[in-house]
Each structure stands twice: as C-alpha cells, then as structure tokens.
Design a protein. Structure first.
Length: 301
C-alpha cells in the first residue's frame, strides 16, 4: 500500500517509528509536511499539491496534526477525505477532540465518567463556579493548553478565585475541574487502535507536581487495566470518532474518569513502557480498514 504520514517533522520519534513500521510491513510510506500542502478545490477533481506537484493517490493517510496547526491540518485531512482517501483519524474527529469543552460535553451526554467540570465567561460567577465543582482543591485549565501547560492546582478557594480572575483578565477560555485527590498525581494513558486498547501505561507525576505528563518529568510503567477502565477508554474513543487515540483516565473513588482524548498520541512513552510495537499495530489496523471512500464523514462538516 502507498501511505502518507502528515507530520511537520520526519525526525520526531512517532513519525520515524510509523515510517519504519510501515516499511517493515512492505508498504511505501511518505512523510508529508502538513503546512507545505495546498489544496486545489474543484467540483470534479479535488487534489492536494505539494512543492509544486500534485500528490499521488494514497491508499491511506495517517494524520499527525500538532495542536498549533489544527485549523490548517484538519483542512488538509478534509481534502484527502474529499478525494476518497482513507484517513486513520478524520478531520471532524480531530477537531472535536481538540476542543476540550466540546469533548467533555459529548462524553457527558453519553454517560462517560468525568471529573465534575465548570465553564463560565463572567467573573461575577466565580464563587458559584468554584462551589459547583466541590470547592478547593480544584484544577484550572486553559482550553488551548497541551502537555500540562496552562494547568494550575488551586489549594484554597481564595487561590482559585485569584487564578480564575487572572485567566479571565487575559480573555482566556478556561475549565474549572474537580481535583481527584485519590489519583495521587498519576493517570493512565490507554492507547486505542480500532475498537480495542492495544497498550496502557500508568504515568506518575514528578515529586511535588500533580501533572503526570512525561514531558514534565513524569515516569511511566506498564499497567493491567480493569474491565471498566478498558471499556471506558474504548467508549471515549468511539464517541470522539477516533480510530487511533490516547485516552487519559484517572482512577477515582467513583470509578475511571476521562481527562482527555488525544488524537495524535505520542508513541515513545507507550512503546518504551510496554515494549509493544504500537506503530505496527496501527498499520495492522490500516491493512484491515483502508478502502477507497471508507471515511464516515466523506468530507462533510
């Protein structure tokens, strides 16, 4: 098969591993810089052009769209959908997962376990906003934040008020969330491919840091998921419409709660912790699923 990886950097671990895994399975794999693609939008023959030439017909596209280029990246993915190319993650699903508020609303509607979350615009609602999520300690998150950036733990209601006022003063969109103390600064990354969890690791935050992101000095180890945790991860991925994703779960006293669904999960941490060929499993999914015009959205929306 001829497969394209949409990635800004071919030297990134995840991009490199995907290319290696695909070629090891006999596929022709090209790495395409998303921002250097441009689109010829016509009624009869939509195409994607790259460095002055029309890209060849691909059997499948693997989007690795960074958060900073979501708008343009999803437009490129949508163009491939219009051409009938199978996209591992579709444009609508990527956009949906990148909007943290929308994601939580969709998961909530389907009854998925979540930390209690508040969202508001007017500063005069701050006290009630804090009260509604159970009071301090609580977590304040920037909607646009990634890799633990823009996430603050407020220990007291007074600190929470100050942090929320500061963010609102900057016209930033924020979420206020219940702090799951019993998680102990750890979360579980479930790597979903297709309709199953293919690998899982428990990430522990660095000493003194409640954020478990590996980019921020956290550590990871393999974990055996409970039946409920596995079902929660698969259900969250299905609701988002993502075929490949990382679902981040906290272990609470009320069962697993979903923190985030990541449409471009990194491979280095999960492959190192679990010693599994996750990149190879992604290509195994593509081999079974990639057919012309096999996108659910077919370029709509």
């Amino acid at each position: 098969m001829k497969i394209a990886i949409l990635s800004r950097n071919e030297n990134l671990y995840s991009t490199r591993r995907l290319k290696e895994a695909g070629e090891a399975r006999g596929h022709e794999v090209d790495v395409i810089d998303t921002l250097h693609c441009y689109m010829d939008i016509t009624s009869s023959n939509p195409t994607v052009r790259y460095y002055g030439e029309e890209l060849p017909a691909y059997d499948a596209v693997i989007p690795r769209i960074g958060a900073s280029v979501t708008f343009y990246g999803t437009a490129v993915v949508r163009q491939f959908e219009m051409m009938g190319t199978f996209c591992v993650n579709e444009s609508v699903a990527i956009s949906r997962s990148r909007d943290k508020l929308r994601s939580l609303q969709l998961l909530s509607r389907k009854g998925v376990g979540l930390p209690r979350t508040g969202f508001a615009n007017r500063p005069d609602k701050i006290k009630d906003l804090i009260k509604n999520v159970g009071g301090a300690p609580l977590v304040v998150k920037l909607l646009e934040g990634t890799q633990g950036i823009g996430v603050v733990l407020a220990d007291t209601n007074k600190v929470a008020e100050s942090v929320i006022e500061a963010f609102m003063g900057l016209k930033a969109n924020i979420l206020v969330q219940e702090f799951i103390k019993e998680a102990g600064g750890a979360d579980i990354r479930c790597f979903v491919v297709g309709s199953r969890v293919v690998a899982a690791m428990k990430r522990q935050g660095a000493e003194g840091d409640f954020r478990s992101n590996l980019h921020r000095g956290g550590s990871a180890e393999v974990i055996r998921l409970s039946k409920e945790e596995r079902a929660t991860a698969v259900n969250a991925a299905k609701i988002m419409g993502l075929n490949v994703c990382g679902v981040d779960i906290l272990q609470s006293n009320n069962g697993p709660v979903v923190m985030e669904v990541n449409s471009s999960p990194g491979l280095e941490g999960i492959e190192t912790a679990t010693d599994k060929d996750v990149a190879g499993l992604i290509f195994e999914f593509i081999e079974k699923s990639a057919k012309p015009n096999n996108n659910k959205t077919r370029g709509k929306g």
